[in-house]
Design a protein around this ligand. Sequence first.
Ligand SMILES: CC(C)(COP(=O)(O)OP(=O)(O)OC[C@H]1O[C@@H](n2cnc3c(N)ncnc32)[C@H](O)[C@@H]1OP(=O)(O)O)[C@@H](O)C(=O)NCCC(=O)NCCS
Length: 426
Amino acid sequence: MRHSVYRQAGKRIVDISIVLATLPVVLPLILCVSLLVRCQLGRPVLFRQQRPGRRGKPFTLYKFRTMSDQKNLHGETLSDEERLTRWGRFLRSTSLDELPELWNVLRGDMSLVGPRPLLTKYLELYTPEQCRRHGVRPGLTGWAQVNGRNNVDWDQKFRYDVWYVDHFGLWLDVKILLRTLLTVGRRENISAQNHATAPEFRGRTEGLVRETRPSPEGIAVIGAGGHAKVVIATLEDAGLNVTGLYDDNPRLWGQSIAGVPVVGPVGALASQIGCRAVIGVGDIPARKKLARQLDLDWVSVIHPRAYVHPSVQLGRGTVVFAGAVIQPEARVGAHAIVNTAASIDHDCSLGDFVHIGPGAHLAGSVQAGAGVFFGVGSCAIPGVSIGENTLVGAGAVVTRSLPASAVAVGTPARVLRYRDLLAKAA
Ligand SMILES: CC(C)(COP(=O)(O)OP(=O)(O)OC[C@H]1O[C@@H](n2cnc3c(N)ncnc32)[C@H](O)[C@@H]1OP(=O)(O)O)[C@@H](O)C(=O)NCCC(=O)NCCS
């Protein structure tokens, strides 16, 4: 099966086929475990909880109950450790408690393989990169689970999840399912050391402490101009370590911009395939050229004081500055810039390399093609669409759809001229 076919439809078909094929064995097992849970722990037999699914959409996850409802003398619920009975431990160590999730798979809430569905309260704690784990249906088992299960820390687990989202295919899924059977068979790595259950994820504040120390995992910034200064501030405020700046202006080499050294020309990064980087250049054609030239691990970054709804899809290399707001179901392509205090309302769909200038506001369902630039303080009314590479001038109000490659200014925005993109590219 071709990779893309599997990613679009095949995975769902394979999920349903496997669940149906295993039902003759699994159903009697489910019945037995239900009876035992009923006798050992009482009612309800099933544990139900809202969890975020694909694109953060909530669904009800079903599991067998493993904990009692025991309370202390003051009527307070006991700790997880105390409520987890021997029988519950057995269910967890054999992963039998997960069996009801097969129903979630049949319903389409989950897949057999995917990032584990975690608690809803974690949604707002993810970095944009970590949030990409919600790009696929959550899974019964996943790449993180077969690579250490609960014994790897959250950052590493999320890195595995995001890697899976970028690379999954039929053979990877088969490999993960087989490795899961082996892991479960050996009853390995079920709970993190010293915890009855996995420790709570506390989000960026943890990352802040850990990631500010210099580490080979730091992020390179391409460009050393004014825009790069804001990108550096965004990365640092998000608790990420900037390793160095790369710029083709030799006069900048050896200098320090916003406290970060300019290491050398952009070409120096060409050999560092897979290095984590972000482009700190505001000019759109220049950003396109750099993204095409370099094969790096582009990270997307959201300033901790920006608001991005968990359902938002952000492309790789996109940077969201302080005070910006991106509302539910909006999509922003790769290497885009959402500048200081800009807002993008629900259901907007913006292409790669767009630049939403400082204080620009896009109302709901605005569409903008790749390379569209919104000048400082400009805005667009709901539902308009703007063709590729069009520049909306500072303060303009877009009330009607605009063609591609135009420069539009004023209120209402009118085309001033068309852009000579070929001259700019040269
Ligand atoms: C739209 C823009 C690109 C036009 O630049 P330009 O092609 O160099 O055009 P000019 O400055 O020669 O102006 C041409 C005419 O348009 C008018 N004009 C230019 N920008 C305008 C704007 N934003 N709103 C209204 N009129 C504008 C000029 O006054 C001039 O009018 P005139 O011929 O009657 O004198 C530029 O003015 C602009 O708004 N850039 C956005 C900058 C920005 O927001 N940067 C954010 C960085 S993060």
